[in-house]
Ligand binder design. Structure first.
Ligand code: NDP
Length: 782
């Protein structure tokens, strides 16, 4: 092309980045990607082939690790973990810092390898992925440094198994590895089968940084390798990928005691109000859905635009789509690169061909390269909100669009999905945007922006987008646990009926407490509660599935509690404490009678104290304004989880119930509590305290009966958002398995006891489980 021709056409010239250095790097390592274990390479076998999605050409061979090879890697991580955790935070910080520096030093190689392997534009891998990787290690070098002083009550989990997808191979690797090793864990990470090469460069960086062998290990392979890692002797699994595989992993780890965090799919809404800066919103949309060819878990893939501007918006959007440049991802002036693999291309093509028939499909008239896996930017309008393409993640450069009239309708449409990862809100009226943001079911909300990420700001979802946060202080929770001595829980059975019974008249059957009213158990059954002495103390109802359904429905209906002010919630908790105090002697006597001891008074006093603790916390467990690199802020706000089902302990039937109820309702949740089965009568007396304390109907619901009888129904209920179990019954495995249906959060005791009177049974750990951190990004300026 001559200079004159360039001036005439004003077209972009070719600006390719060279692949020569990266290809030489691969060749110098025998052209095979494989395991890095204990600081050494191997095994390296060509079991599979890695190819360049932009050309279809072979890049390297790939080792498919066997379960035995995975176990060898886990053993290496296990061996390295104690001494790694014993280093000072400062010593670990120096390694993370060295890794950050080396990522910057090798940034060009990393960016080119990432683009060759994944097909993403070099502009993105060079300017977004790699700088964010370095940032993550710098940030977490700081977290390692501060761990001793800021997190004195927390310790490393041990060995973490980490499984990542192919869309951001290096970035996901850093999100997983940096916090884990900063906190003293060691890791075994499995990259995705399509994209294992940048992990190999990173392994060399670990060696170059002098990281002790075994702290970071890689096993390559496919889904079966991931499954072997899940089944191995790790202490935690951190997974990013599809909701289907997330569900499989939830079931596979149920009852194993392994911690789990899941970062899954999304169908994130992109809401545009009629007063938005339309040109900015369109440019934002380019980033939202065409960044990384739309292969982004938090892609703004569902446009929800106000009806009054919809036509104009779509017209402008189509014009912009037509100018997007597709082609060789190594070309620096390319906007859209290749789809990661022909299999993925085929999925996108099929989904659009099948689901697009019910709407209008617009493919941008972009010139597609002759070879490689490419799909044009696509807009689909006119679909019903329930249509498959409006609900399912397409994971490609395909935007679906619908319209709304009022802000309330926008919120309703936005939340009409099983996912809850991210959302964008566009409006020049900041009051409107900040009114809508908290109403969106999403872990991350971007106001007048999209796809903003930073190590200081938590990222992660709610609902079927998974649980756990990555980034920020909140991200460290997933890689640490409270320091506590493990003691096995001793099961407690109800006192048996004596040979000859004595007691009150048999009418004294305590009912269930549902929706603010005492309710007869649906099945009509109850059981006699005997004192150790053989005295009949009363009867307690036996709840069944129907009672569970009613209690959950009542809790769901009490959604106003989440919007009550923290001040009001605090007042009510103080009031419950005061009312319990007024009846302290009666409760103490009841506990003594049920349990056959003289600890009742102490337990009641501790319960009143605990109610005051959470009354205090209700308006003090505050969020944070994150120092993100942006003219603006990212607000981390603690939101209630929703409806929490909680199985209460037996060792302290009143204090245990209060210890679970109070943090939950202090944070705005509604609860369905399963009272202690052997000692239910303190809970049933407690209704009256709730009734006289202005607790709105449905906020606290209490069921009695054997936990095993209705645990499945509560743990599997799709309208329950979290399940806690401190039950004396062995429920952990069943609860975790049942929770997979809607991927509700779980917090189970794994058969370990707690000291309900001690400091370990109140405070931040409980509040963390009672909240979800929502990160709302708010840029400032004209
Ligand atoms: P997967 O969820 O299958 O893969 C994610 C990771 O899990 C990969 O490393 C994969 O290995 C591994 N894996 C697969 N099966 C298992 C298993 N049974 N046990 C343990 N690990 C396993 O996503 P895909 O890559 O197959 O993509 C499928 C769809 O998932 C996409 O179309 C997209 O909709 C969604 N997706 C969502 C992502 C997100 O960030 N939310 C990211 C990627 C995909 P391997 O790749 O080697 O098979």
């Amino acid at each position: 092309m001559t200079v004159k021709e360039i001036f005439d056409s004003m077209d972009y010239g070719p600006a390719p980045e060279s692949a020569a250095e990266a290809m030489a790097w691969i060749a110098a390592r025998g052209g095979i990607a494989g395991n890095y274990v204990g600081g050494k390479w191997g095994p390296l076998r060509e079991d599979m082939v890695l190819s360049n999605p932009a050309t279809g050409e072979r890049l390297a061979g790939l080792t498919r690790s066997t379960p035995d090879e995975v176990n060898v890697a886990v053993a290496a991580a296990r061996k390295a973990q104690p001494s790694w955790a014993k280093l000072t935070g400062h010593q670990r910080a120096r390694y993370l810092y060295a890794i950050a520096r080396l990522v910057q030093k090798h940034s060009r190689l990393l960016a080119v390898i990432e683009t060759l392997d994944n097909g993403k534009p070099i502009r993105e891998s060079r300017d977004i992925d790699v700088p964010l990787v370095a940032r993550h290690f710098y940030y977490h070098a700081g977290m390692a440094q501060l761990m001793g002083s800021e997190l004195p009550d927390r310790e490393a989990l041990g060995v973490c198994g980490q499984i990542i997808p192919w869309n951001f191979p290096l970035l996901m690797l850093s999100w997983k590895i940096a916090p884990a090793i900063a906190m003293g864990n060691t890791v075994v990470l499995k990259p995705a089968e399509y994209t294992s090469l940048s992990a190999m460069v990173f392994a060399e960086i670990c060696s170059e940084a002098g990281l002790p062998p075994g702290v970071v290990n890689f096993v390559t392979g496919e889904g079966s390798t991931g499954a072997a890692l899940v089944a191995s002797e790790v202490d935690k699994i951190a997974f990013t990928g599809s909701t289907e595989v997330g569900r499989i992993i939830r079931r596979a780890t149920a009852g194993s005691g392994k911690s789990l965090t899941l970062e899954l799919g999304g169908k994130s809404p992109y809401i545009v109000f009629d007063d938005a800066d339309i040109d900015s919103a369109i440019e934002g949309l380019v980033d939202a859905i065409w960044f990384n060819q739309g292969q982004v878990c938090c892609a703004g893939s569902r446009l929800i635009v106000q009806e009054s501007i919809a036509d104009r918006f779509h017209t402008k959007l189509k014009a912009r789509m037509a100018t997007l440049r597709m082609g060789d991802p190594l070309d620096k002036s390319i906007d859209i690169g290749a789809i990661v693999d022909p299999v993925q291309l085929e999925t996108i093509t099929r989904m659009v061909a099948e689901g697009g028939k019910d709407g209008e499909v617009y493919h941008a008239p972009c010139k597609l390269p002759d070879q490689g896996s490419y799909y044009p930017p696509t807009l689909i309008t006119g679909l019903d909100p329930a249509a498959r393409l409006m609900q399912e993640e397409i994971f490609g450069p395909v935007l679906v669009s619908t319209t709304f009239r009022t802000p309330a309708e926008a919120v309703e449409l936005a939340n009409n999905t099983r996912y809850g990862l991210a959302a964008s809100v566009w409006s020049e009226n900041i009051n409107l945007a900040l009114d809508v943001a908290p109403k969106l079911a999403a872990g991350v909300v971007w106001v007048n922006g999209t796809n903003m990420f930073d190590a200081a700001a938590g990222f992660g979802g709610v609902r079927e987008s998974g649980f756990g946060r990555e980034g920020g202080w909140e991200g460290l929770l997933a890689y640490t646990r409270p320091v506590r001595k493990a003691r096995a829980l001793k099961p407690i059975a109800p006192f048996p009926a004596p040979a000859s019974a004595t007691g009150p008249d048999l009418d004294r059957t305590a009912k269930l407490f549902i929706g603010g009213k005492q309710a007869r158990p649906d099945g009509g059954y109850s059981r006699a509660v005997w004192a150790k002495s053989g005295k009949l103390l009363g009867h307690a109802g036996i709840a069944n599935r129907k009672d569970v359904r009613n209690a959950v429905e009542a809790a769901r209906a009490a959604s106003g509690w989440a919007r009550a002010t923290a001040h009001l919630r605090a007042q009510i908790l103080f009031y419950i404490g005061e009312n319990l105090s007024a009846r302290a002697d009666e409760f103490a006597a009841r506990i003594d009678a049920m349990m056959g001891g003289r600890h009742g008074a102490r337990e009641v006093a501790a319960s009143i104290d605990r109610l005051f603790t959470y009354a205090a916390w209700a308006d003090k467990y505050d969020g944070a304004a994150k120092p993100v690199p942006l003219r603006g802020t990212a607000l981390a706000m603690n939101e209630p989880v929703g409806v929490i089902g909680a199985f209460c302990p037996d060792e302290a039937p009143l204090l245990g119930l209060v210890s679970l109820m109070a943090p939950a309702i202090a944070m705005g949740n509604r609860v369905v509590l399963a009272a202690s089965h052997p000692f239910p009568l303190a809970a049933t007396d407690f209704y009256q305290v709730l009734e006289t304390s202005d607790v709105p109907a449905g906020v606290v619901n209490i069921l009695t009966g054997p936990h095993d009888d209705f645990a499945k129904a509560l743990a599997g209920h799709l309208d329950v958002d979290a399940i806690w179990s401190q039950s004396g019954a062995d429920l952990s495995a069943m609860i975790e398995a049942e929770s997979a249906g809607n991927l509700k959060r779980t917090w189970v005791n794994n058969g370990l006891a707690r000291d309900w009177f001690g400091a370990e049974s109140e405070g931040r750990e409980f509040l963390q489980h009672a909240t979800e951190v929502k990160t709302t990004w708010i840029p400032f300026g004209e």
